[in-house]
Design a protein around this ligand. Structure first.
Ligand code: UFG
Length: 351
C-alpha cells in the first residue's frame, strides 16, 4: 500500500504517540496539542505495542498520519539483567508497530533514539556524522539496532519517511509542575536522584567519580529541557512535511513524492537533540541548590561502570535543517524539575 500523505489540514492531523504517557511522550503530547488548531484533542489508549490486535484496532479507528514512537524500556542497568525482555519489547514491539502501520498505509515515523548510539564518542562536540559504536548494554543496542531497522525500511521502500532523534540528557519538567519524570524505585539518572535528595526522600547523592579529565573531575553531559526536546519532535514532523520555515502549521500539505516541495527532505533524517553545552555533575548539583534554596549533600564514589567522561552535542544540523534550537538553560531545567518534584514528592502516585 502506498504511503499516507500527511493530512491536508492541521485540524485533521492525527499522530499516534506510542509511550505518550511517559516522561518525554507526555511533554510531546502537550506541545502537539499547543501547536494544533483550536479543536486539537487527545485520545488515550492503554495498549502494548506487542499486541498486534490492539494496534490494528487503533489504526482502524483513527485516520493516523504519522507515528512518534517513544514506547520502550529504558533502564540501562536493568537491560543488562533482562536482555530478553529489552530486545523483545523494544525490537519486536517496533517491528509489530511498523508492520501494522505499513498495512494501514502509514509510513511516517519519528523515532526516539539516543546519544548512546555514539558509544565512546570519537570527537566532541558530537555531530551526526560521528561514527556509531557498540553500546555497552542491551538498552543502547536496541536504540542502535532500531535505527538500522528503520533505515533499512526506507532503503527497501522509499515511501517511508524516518526521523531518528538522538537525545542527549533530557531533564526538567513542564512549567505547570503538573507533569514530569516519575521513575520507578530508586532513580538511576542524575537529576531525578538529586530531586529526591532535595525533597528529603534520599539522604545524599552519590557522585560517580571525581577523577575524570574534566575541570572539576566529574562527568560532563549535555542536559536538555524536556520541553525543548518535545518541541524537537514537532519540528521533526514539520521537517518531514517539508514545511520548515514556511510558518504553516504541522501537517499541512503532502509529503508524497510528487507533491514534496523538496525531495531531499524525504528519506531518513538524523538529528541530535541537545543544547550543545556540557555541564558537570557538580554544575547540576549547584544549579539545583539554587532552585530549591538549600544544600544538596553528596558523597564522592568510584566511577560507575560504562560511564564516559564527556558527552555533548553539536546541534547545528537540527537548527539549520529543522529550524529547532533548545531555549532553556540549566538553571531553568532545575527550577522546573524542582517545581514538579516539590509539588509531587511521590510522583503521580500522590495525585
Ligand atoms: N551520576 C552520578 N550519580 C548518580 C547518577 C548519575 O554521579 O546517582 C552521574 C553519571 O556518572 C554521569 C552523569 O551523572 O556522569 C549523568 O548520568 P545519568 O545516568 O543521568 O545519564 P547518562 O549520561 O549516564 O545516561 C543518559 C541516558 C541513557 C543513555 C545515556 C547515553 O539516561 O538513556 O545517556 O546517551 F543511554
Amino acid at each position: 500500500m502506498s504511503n499516507k500523505s500527511l493530512a491536508t489540514s492541521a485540524e485533521k492531523l492525527c499522530i499516534l504517540v506510542t509511550g505518550g504517557a511517559g516522561f518525554i511522550g507526555s511533554h510531546t503530547c502537550v506541545e502537539l496539542l499547543a501547536k494544533g488548531e483550536d479543536e486539537a484533542r487527545l485520545k488515550f489508549y492503554c495498549a502494548n505495542i506487542l499486541d498486534r490486535a490492539a494496534l490494528e484496532s487503533i489504526f482502524a479507528e483513527n485516520d493516523i498520519d504519522a507515528i512518534i514512537h517513544f514506547a520502550g524500556f529504558k533502564a540501562v542497568g536493568e537491560s543488562v539483567a533482562k536482555p530478553l525482555e529489552y530486545y523483545w519489547n523494544n525490537i519486536a514491539g517496533t517491528l509489530v508497530l511498523c508492520d501494522v502501520s505499513r498495512a494501514h498505509g502509514v509510513k511516517n515515523i519519528v523515532f526516539s533514539s539516543s546519544a548512546t548510539v555514539y558509544g565512546e564518542p570519537e570527537f566532541i562536540p558530537i555531530t551526526e556524522d560521528c561514527p556509531k559504536h557498540d553500546a555497552t548494554n542491551p538498552y543502547g543496542q536496541t536504540k542502535s539496532m532500531l535505527e538500522q531497522i528503520l533505515t533499512d525500511l526506507y532503503v527497501g521502500d522509499n515511501e517511508w519517511n524516518v526521523v531518528l532523534l538522538r537525545y542527549f540528557n533530557p531533564i526538567g519538567a513542564h512549567e505547570s509542575g503538573m507533569i514530569g519524570e516519575d521513575p520507578k524505585g530508586i532513580p538511576n539518572n542524575l537529576v531525578p536522584y538529586v530531586a529526591q535528595v532535595a525533597v528529603g526522600k534520599l539522604p545524599y547523592l552519590n557522585v560517580y567519580g571525581d577523577d575524570y579529565p574534566t575541570p572539576d573531575g566529574t562527568g560532563i553531559r549535555d542536559y536538555i529541557h524536556v520541553v525543548d526536546l518535545a518541541r524537537g519532535h514537532v519540528a521533526a514532523l514539520d521537517w518531514m512535511a517539508g514545511h520548515v520555515g514556511t510558518g504553516e502549521p504541522i501537517g499541512l500539505g503532502s509529503i508524497k513524492g510528487e507533491a514534496s516541495p523538496d525531495e531531499t527532505r524525504r528519506g531518513v533524517g538524523i538529528f541530535n537533540l541537545g543544547t550543545g553545552k556540557g555541564s558537570s555533575v557538580l554544575d547540576v548539583v549547584h544549579a539545583f541548590e539554587k532552585a530549591c534554596g538549600h544544600e544538596i549533600p553528596y558523597e564522592i564514589k568510584p566511577r560507575r561502570a560504562g560511564d564516559i567522561a564527556v558527552n555533548y552535542a553539536a546541534c547545528d544540523k537540527a537548527h539549520s535543517e529543522m529550524g529547532w534550537k533548545a531555549e532553556y538553560d540549566l538553571d531553568r531545567m532545575c527550577e522546573d524539575s524542582w517545581r514538579w518534584q516539590s509539588n509531587n514528592p511521590d510522583g503521580y502516585r500522590s495525585a
